[in-house]
Design a protein around this ligand. Structure first.
Ligand code: 2BA
Length: 111
C-alpha cells in the first residue's frame, strides 16, 4: 500500500474530489497553506493499493492545472541602520498543477 500526498490549488479541489469519488478513490482533503506564497492550497491524503497508484496519479494530473500567480516579495532593507526599506516589484511564479509525494505504508488500520 502507498500513501499519496498531493498538494494542489484550491481552484481544482472540487473537480479533483468529484473525480476521486467517480473512480472509487478514497481520499481526505486538508486545507493547507503554501510556504512561499502563503496562500491557501489543498492537500489530499490518499491511501491506495500499489497497483492503483498510477491511476490515482493520472486522475490528479488530469484534474489539476498549472497557473501563473503574482506575489510581492518582502520589503528589501536599503539602510537597516536608518530603518529604511524599499518596496519590491511583484514577481510572477508558475504554480504547479500538483506537487505529489508517494510514500510507503507500513500498516493500515480502520477501527
Ligand atoms: P508555495 O510554497 O506557496 O509555492 C508556490 C509556488 O511558488 C511554487 O509552485 C513555485 O513556483 C514558487 N516557489 C516556491 N518556493 C519558491 C522559492 N523559494 N523561490 C522562488 N519560487 C518559489 P510549486 O512548486 O508548484 O508548489 C506549489 C505548492 O506545493 C507550494 O506552495 C507548496 O505548498 C507545495 N510544495 C511544493 N514543493 C514542495 C516540497 N518540496 N515540499 C512540500 N511542499 C511543497
Amino acid at each position: 500500500m502507498k500513501l499519496v500526498l498531493a498538494i494542489i490549488q484550491d481552484q481544482d479541489a472540487a473537480r479533483l474530489s468529484a473525480a476521486f469519488i467517480d473512480n472509487n478513490v478514497r481520499a481526505t482533503k486538508l486545507s493547507s497553506t503554501g510556504g512561499f506564497l502563503r496562500a491557501g492550497n489543498s492537500t489530499y491524503i490518499v491511501g491506495v493499493e500499489d497497483d492503483r497508484v498510477p491511476a490515482v496519479l493520472d486522475i490528479i494530473k488530469h484534474n489539476c492545472q498549472a497557473r501563473d500567480e503574482y506575489t510581492t516579495p518582502p520589503l528589501v532593507s536599503i539602510d537597516a541602520a536608518a530603518g529604511d526599506a524599499a518596496a519590491t516589484n511583484p514577481i510572477e511564479v508558475r504554480v504547479g498543477g500538483a506537487t505529489v509525494f508517494v510514500l510507503p505504508v507500513d500498516a493500515f488500520h480502520q477501527f
